[in-house]
Design a protein around this ligand. Structure first.
Ligand SMILES: NC(=O)c1ccc[n+]([C@@H]2O[C@H](COP(=O)([O-])OP(=O)(O)OC[C@H]3O[C@@H](n4cnc5c(N)ncnc54)[C@H](O)[C@@H]3O)[C@@H](O)[C@H]2O)c1
Length: 326
């Protein structure tokens, strides 16, 4: 029998790939989202999909709507550094202050597994070759600091919940609500639209994961027995590559594009080790960075991506400025 799954922030990039997959396997899905990036499920009305247009800061709306769930996934947030910095108090109100509302909702669903989408950026820059879950976190930005704060709140105050934390690497590849402000997708759309693959520095390593594999991670987190997930933290990444290597992968798929190296702006560099999720939950990737790039190239050639470099719908910060969100 399918599960009853609520995805807060389910109308975002990862949610737009995850929700159809959950419906396909027979789950009843509720999406609770502000729908900043549009009515993305418009064409796929499904009697097992319930959509609630709401803000996680609206405590009573959250509590009124989210009941009787088997799993609650918390993906809703201002989800990168630049859009967070656009309005730090807005970022704080959603990414940190509203977390208490979210925990209260989890508590009113005593049967539910609570899955928190943190980020592998909580580690900051590490000298170690591979970052594992036990290492000291050194978040460099407010976005990452608040991700870690929420993890700490879970650990300190929510032992009554069946919670699990995931620290995803940067996601890539095509999804119905596409983000073209994440590294592999940025490189690919630049290659396609400008014929130039712009690389900042290039030697920093960045962990990435195909959006389809990220969906697989959430399935494992929902389905695995509680004794394998409860109170655990899992890194979720696939391939660690330097930005330069990512650019080379893109060039192989868009051969007429040239690579242009700029002085480094973003010094973050880390390799994420994801052995734990493989060992504990049997997670395996089925995609690659190549196939992520290919999925963007194919979507572009099929006319599914319109003005990828400038259209605000693909860029969180541009979209937030356009909507003047407060
Ligand atoms: N995409 C990545 O590379 C990546 C990497 C690490 C972690 N994560 C985390 O995974 C989660 C999903 O990421 P994504 O790329 O799909 O992000 P996204 O920005 O595409 O989606 C976030 C969704 O949350 C919604 N939202 C924002 N504020 C809200 C609020 N106050 N109330 C209700 N809904 C709200 C937005 O409308 C959007 O649909 C986020 O928590 C993000 O921090 C993502």
């Amino acid at each position: 029998m399918g599960k009853r799954v609520c995805v807060m922030g389910g109308a975002g990039y990862v949610g737009s790939a995850l929700v159809p997959r959950l419906l396909e396997r027979g789950d009843d899905v509720m999406v609770y989202d502000t729908y900043w990036y549009g009515d993305i499920f418009g064409e796929m009305r499904n009697c097992k999909l319930k959509e609630v247009r709401g803000d996680i800061r609206d405590r009573s709306k959250l509590l009124d709507n989210i009941k009787g769930m088997d799993a609650i996934l918390h993906l809703a947030c201002i989800s990168n550094d630049p859009s967070f910095d656009l309005n730090p108090s807005l970022g704080r109100s959603i990414n940190l202050d509203a977390f208490h509302n979210v925990l209260d909702v989890a508590r009113q669903n005593p049967e539910a597994r609570f899955v928190y989408a943190s980020s592998s950026s909580v580690y900051g820059v590490k000298k170690e070759k591979e970052v594992i879950e036990e290492m000291i976190e050194e978040p460099l930005t407010d976005y990452s600091k608040f991700k870690l704060e929420c993890e700490k709140i879970l650990k300190a105050e929510a032992r009554d919940l069946d919670y699990v934390i995931v620290r995803p690497a940067t996601v890539c590849g095509y999804a119905p609500r596409l983000r073209l402000d994440v590294v592999v997708n940025i490189l690919t759309i630049n290659a396609l639209e400008r014929g130039i693959i712009l690389v900042d520095g290039g030697e920093q390593t960045r962990p990435n994961i195909h959006v389809k594999d990220m969906v697989g991670v959430y399935e494992k987190l929902i389905d695995s027995p509680s004794d394998k997930t409860r109170y655990e933290i899992f890194n979720a990444g696939d391939e660690n590559h330097s930005v330069r290597e990512l650019a080379e992968i893109v060039r192989r798929k868009v051969p007429n594009a040239t690579i242009q190296i700029n002085p480094v702006k973003d010094q973050r560099s880390y390799n994420v080790n994801s052995d734990k999720i493989k060992r504990f939950l049997g997670f395996r990737t089925s995609e690659t960075i190549e196939s992520a790039v290919e999925s963007i190239v194919d979507a572009y050639r099929e006319g599914k991506i319109i003005e990828g470099l400038t259209n605000p719908i693909y860029h969180n910060i541009k979209r937030m400025k356009e909507l003047n969100i407060s």
